[in-house]
Design a binder for this molecule. Structure first.
Ligand code: NAP
Ligand code: ZN
Ligand code: ZN
Length: 348
């Protein structure tokens, strides 16, 4: 039997979100029903609700930074029990048999791509609806455990902003002896700073202004510079092994490449709506590279949560009621959030 649950949905592109009801599928053999406790607001939700990344399906229930507790388990579920504290991120399924799925890189599934948590089509042919809702049904293989040391509210943003920064920091070997710059101190950026610091890297924040400097240093940055100041680019030329760019808008890439050491990499996890311009002359002279990275696999997401629990890391959040979601979107677009809005799902 399907379950009717209250949710917040955008009825059309760029339309304000409003309270509605949706159907969740019946709990299948390998499914769990999760009572959602908290859900973070990621800038990706805003890109998609406004069709900034291309055409989307409406009504849309965003939300892919989900924490909650298991309320029901399907007959063949083995890893989870009722009452377990769990999380769901950006993916709820994938083909499970391609090389990438077998290697734990489900986010890069080549067997038709992953089933995204919302604005996607599930294996049952139905549109997926995300976490701005009271409950969700997910296959147990795409559910992770939230360690006891992490509160469910401040852990919610880890399901996207945590893994999206953890995965490239690990892949590009951030650690002792490396200099890492994090561009943009928003939802992703403030997790990137904490994780890079915990990995042992020397961390620099490159923010538009010095407005959030105290926060950045408190989160673990060793240095903090304003990108509006041209002296920043002169003083830091040739400094970084890795630049993690979390900015949601295009940048002057040549200026940032000049901050890389020979052989350094700029990894762009921010996904602007516009095409960006890059001149290869700004890369070739020092064998620099420009790359990108998408979230992380399921096992890596669990590894990230365990790492955060071990290091006492979580998101800094501004909790909101569900009916404040449209106002929260405006404030994210205005850069007015420290550092993640998290919806208390009991207010839906
Ligand atoms: P956010 O909280 O809005 O943070 C973005 C930060 O970028 C802002 O806080 C601001 O930092 C900086 N910024 C914004 N506009 C700027 C501009 N015009 N010029 C320079 N800096 C600017 O957003 P988020 O939730 O962290 O997401 C960031 C981006 O990552 C989005 O595009 C999102 O879609 C993408 N994303 C990608 C993945 C992935 O898998 N690759 C996963 C999640 C999100 P300062 O105030 O410090 O300058
Ligand atoms: Zn996200
Ligand atoms: Zn696959």
């Amino acid at each position: 039997m399907t379950t009717t649950v209250a949710a917040y949905a955008a009825p059309a592109a760029k339309a304000p979100l409003e309270r509605t009801t949706i159907e969740r599928r019946a709990v299948g053999e390998h499914d769990v029903l999760i009572d959602i406790a908290f859900v973070g607001i990621c800038h990706s939700d805003i890109h998609q609700v406004s069709e900034g990344w291309g055409s989307a399906t409406f009504p849309m229930v965003p939300g892919h930074e989900i924490t909650g507790t298991v309320a029901e388990t399907g007959p063949s579920v083995t890893a989870l029990r009722v009452g377990d504290r769990v999380g769901v991120g950006c993916m709820v399924d994938s083909c499970r048999t391609c090389d990438n799925c077998e290697a734990g890189l489900e986010q890069y599934c080549t067997g038709g791509g992953p089933v995204w948590t919302y604005n996607s089509v599930g294996k049952d042919g139905q549109t997926t609806y995300g976490g701005y809702a009271q409950k969700i049904v997910v296959d147990e293989n795409y559910v992770v455990r939230v360690p006891d040391a992490l509160p469910l509210d401040t852990a919610a943003p880890l399901l996207c902003s945590g893994i999206t920064t953890y995965s490239p920091l690990r892949h590009w070997h951030a650690g002792p002896g490396t200099k890492v710059a994090v561009v943009g101190l928003g939802g992703l950026g403030h997790m990137g700073v904490q994780i890079a610091h915990a990995l042992g890297a020397e961390v620099t924040v490159l923010s538009q202004s010095l407005r959030k400097k105290d926060d950045g240093l408190r989160l673990g940055a060793d240095h903090y510079h304003a990108t509006a100041d041209p002296a920043t680019f002169e003083g830091l030329a040739g400094t970084f092994d890795l630049i993690l760019n979390t900015v949601s808008a295009p940048l002057d890439f040549a200026a940032y490449f000049s901050l890389l050491r020979t052989g350094g990499a700029m990894v762009n996890v921010g996904l602007p709506e516009e095409a960006v311009q890059v001149t290869l002359q700004s890369l070739y002279g020092n064998r620099r590279s420009m790359s990108s990275s998408g979230i992380g696999g399921i096992a890596e997401t669990q590894e990230m949560l365990d790492f955060c629990a071990e290091h006492g890391i979580a998101a800094e959040i501004e909790p909101i009621r569900a009916n404040q979601v449209n106002e929260a979107y405006e404030r994210v677009l205005a850069g007015d959030v420290r550092f993640r809005f998290v919806i208390d799902a009991t207010t839906i």
